[in-house]
Design a protein around this ligand. Sequence first.
Ligand code: ZN
Length: 124
Amino acid sequence: MGRRGHVHTVMLAVELDLAIIDVQHRMRIGTHAAILYMVNEGLRKNGYIDEPTYELFKARYSKPLKDILKEKREEENAPRCSWAEPKCRRIATVVMKRGDRVIPSCPKHLKEFQRYGYEVLEEA
Ligand SMILES: [Zn+2]
């Protein structure tokens, strides 16, 4: 079974749905995040997951929607690697320079640019 094997459809009783809506409102998080946040809390409280696992998912599901949106916008506006065979478009982490030409590069294509005589101008 593929990745969908971990997808479950659950019916929440009205009382639980209202409580989840309250969690969403108080934490400013989405519906799925609120449900998974509370599942994580319940599994920890009953000793089914260890502390590192709890902390990992707590951080993941408690992120406010406005922060997720901000991260998404920053990612959309990030400079992209200009390696073109095939078109890369990964987020650039380094600015390369050869003569007057300045271009962004992802970590994967750094060596390719250097083979064409580009040097690292700055790390992003
Ligand atoms: Zn690249």
